[in-house]
Write a protein of this length. Structure first.
Length: 394
């Protein structure tokens, strides 16, 4: 299947436009990383505390941020999490300790910041632990169990917490919901309002990553990218010529720089999944470049009397249909992932969306002109172009 037949676009004639385009986006990304937003490392790399909060209503991110500021939690990162209909928010705090106390600290900081005028002497059932519910029931003994109270109230507390977390997603809207809840005794449900109230949110989970672990992950991510570039250079150097490998590595570096720069400009966190997407991008872009280079090598043997620039243009045009088909189908897939995959996959899919566009563009607009420029330089120096038949000097 082909989209284009006998197409003859002078890609190399537009190389200066391509260079200007690449310079604008590359320089903007570099300036953002150096002077504006920096590299927006996610909590995986810089360390920190992530708190997952579910609300009983659509969360107001501005109100949440204002509450954080009033509580002394400066500059937290707040973003919707998962599907918007679930009313979940991810709050990234700067607490970097890795102890159990840090987990409780992160949770308590959020609870204290978001609770609005809690009734004195009552606990928040939406954020109460299993132990606190069981202790309250045991001390008040609403079922008059006497000596057999401990295991029975432990089971009652478990039923209440399970009903809150499993049946209602972690947040109850009314204490009357406990009436008739599976496994909850009416006497236990009746006494709960005396000791508990309901906030409009519940802290679902707290995760922490220490700064030392984050630093190790940054180093490993950098080494993984470096090793992949080195591997491609060696592979292409043996399969073609070293200039082909250098052109491919420069192209992939260009793609990675623009992708990371886009994350910096948009202040989107770079997580482990984003690094995985960037490594995928490196392989994808390199594959497109190899297809073009392979056709150039074949055409050099067939078009011995043609100028190299004409051979490269012909090769790009001959592979254009294949490039559009493969890149287009892949792009539609990752675009759907970006639009409908939710916040969890947003960074991963964004990296692939940018990477596929830039990777396809660079295989045509960056890699091939580098090859031609190098060959022209060798001709100016009176040397035979690399990979060209002996005696050819056009």
């Amino acid at each position: 299947m082909e989209f284009f037949h006998n197409v003859n676009i002078d890609f190399l004639g537009k190389k200066w436009y391509f260079l200007a385009f690449s310079l604008v986006f590359s320089v903007a990304g570099v300036l953002s990383m150096l002077f504006w937003h920096g590299i927006p490392w996610g909590v995986d790399f810089r360390g920190g505390t992530l708190v997952y909060v579910k609300f009983s209503h659509t969360p107001d991110l501005g109100a949440i941020r204002a509450a954080m500021d009033r509580a002394g939690l400066k500059d937290p990162k707040i973003q919707p999490y998962d599907q918007s209909s679930l009313n979940e928010v991810l709050i990234d705090l700067g607490v970097r300790e890795t102890s159990e106390a840090a987990l409780d600290q992160g949770k308590n900081n959020i609870i204290n910041a978001l609770e609005k005028n809690p009734p004195a002497g009552k606990a928040d059932l939406n954020n109460a632990s299993l132990l606190s519910v069981k202790t309250y029931l045991f001390e008040n003994d609403p079922m008059h169990l006497g000596t057999d109270a401990d295991p029975k109230y432990a089971a009652q507390a478990q039923a209440i917490v399970d009903f809150r977390d499993k049946a209602n997603g972690g947040v109850l809207n009314s204490l009357s919901q406990l009436n008739g809840a599976p496994g909850v005794d009416p006497a236990a449900a009746a006494i709960i309002p005396n000791g508990f109230f309901l906030s409009d949110f519940g802290v679902r989970n707290v995760e922490i990553v220490g700064p030392q672990v984050g630093g190790q992950l940054r180093t490993q991510a950098g080494l993984a990218t470096l090793y992949s570039l080195l591997g491609m250079l060696i592979y292409l150097g043996f399969r073609f010529e070293w200039i082909y490998g250098i052109a491919a590595v420069v192209t992939v570096f260009h793609d990675t720089l623009i992708t990371v720069g886009a994350f910096s400009l948009t202040k989107t966190d770079i997580s482990l999944t984003v690094i995985a997407a960037i490594l995928t991008l490196i392989g994808y872009s390199n594959n497109d470049t190899i297809v073009v280079f392979d056709r150039i090598r074949e055409n050099i043997k067939l078009m011995r009397r043609e100028k190299l620039s004409d051979i490269v243009n012909r090769s790009i045009n001959q592979t254009l249909s294949r490039t559009i088909l493969t890149a287009g189908l892949t792009f539609l897939t990752v675009l759907a992932l970006f639009l409908f995959g939710g916040e969890v996959l947003r960074g991963f899919s964004l990296a692939l969306v940018i990477g596929i566009l830039i990777g396809t563009y660079s295989s045509i607009a960056i890699a091939a002109p580098i090859l031609v420029a190098y060959q022209d330089w060798r001709i100016e120096k009176g040397k035979r172009p690399v990979g060209m038949p002996a005696g050819k000097a056009k």
